[in-house]
Ligand binder design. Structure first.
Ligand code: DC
Length: 232
């Protein structure tokens, strides 16, 4: 439990694609002075490798071999987490919906989930941690000190993602973005292993009507409250 020992504190943040988890988690980590890790980046790295080697995302045996022979690591740095393959940072290659789609597909495979989950758990040794993803509060750190689940309707998330993409110069239509997010949602929510679902003890925050500042502030207060309660 929070504050009962000198174990590092873990804040778990889960939620669907496009809900703004990464920005909110990164800002929460910065405010609290905690490390920050995007677990999706590990799945994206596997999805990227699978595409690079032209392997089908359903070919479990070849993907198992690929994962076994490749050193994929998350390096925790102040305010950000970087993904490295054989020591080379590949964070920039991991952006975008094509890699997100490949990541969602490989994330259904037991061998990928086991490997990534084990690596994510090891990050706790490095100090207090905010980690975001899909199964952080349910599977990776079911004993996390504080859990949040950020949510918003598909329309709200698609609109936000589309705006971001337009600002970054991408030409996808709103409907294309909506469709891509809907497909990923479906796959992430319905897979057998570690599906996207709020932990029973997560604070669920509907972000639709709140600014990012409000969401971060709610999480800062919630985290401080839980930690203080643990200490008391
Ligand atoms: O958070 P993201 O969009 O970068 O994640 C990409 C995909 O990785 C996501 O669609 C499903 C998978 N993922 C997962 O299965 N479990 C996690 N904890 C994080 C991501």
């Amino acid at each position: 439990m929070a504050g009962e020992s000198s174990e590092p504190i873990v804040v778990a943040i889960d939620g669907p694609s496009g809900v703004g988890k990464s920005v909110a988690a990164e800002r929460l980590a910065r405010t609290l002075g905690f490390h920050f890790a995007q677990s999706g980046a590990m799945y994206r790295a596997v999805g990227w490798l699978v595409e690079l080697h032209d392997v089908s995302p359903r070919d479990g045996n070849r993907i198992a071999a690929l994962v076994a022979e490749t050193a994929i690591d998350i390096a925790l740095r102040p305010g950000q987490s970087a993904v490295c393959v054989h020591g080379r940072e590949i964070s920039e290659e991991l952006a975008g919906e094509a890699v997100g789609k490949a990541a969602s597909a490989v994330a259904t495979l037991p061998v990928v989930r086991q490997t990534v989950t084990a690596q994510l758990r090891r990050l706790r040794c490095q100090g207090n941690l905010v980690m975001e993803g899909r199964d952080i509060g349910t599977v990776v750190f079911p004993d996390a000190d504080v859990k949040f689940f950020l949510d918003a309707s598909l329309d709200v998330r698609a609109w936000r993602r589309w705006q971001e993409m337009r600002q970054a110069g991408h030409g996808d239509t709103l409907e294309e973005v909506r469709q891509a997010i809907a497909e990923r949602d479906e796959q992430d929510r319905t897979r057998t292993l570690a599906p996207l679902v709020p932990a029973a003890d997560a604070h669920v925050i509907d972000t639709a009507d709140f600014s990012i500042d409000d969401v971060v502030q709610t999480m800062v207060s919630g985290t401080q409250h839980n930690i203080l309660r643990g200490n008391g």
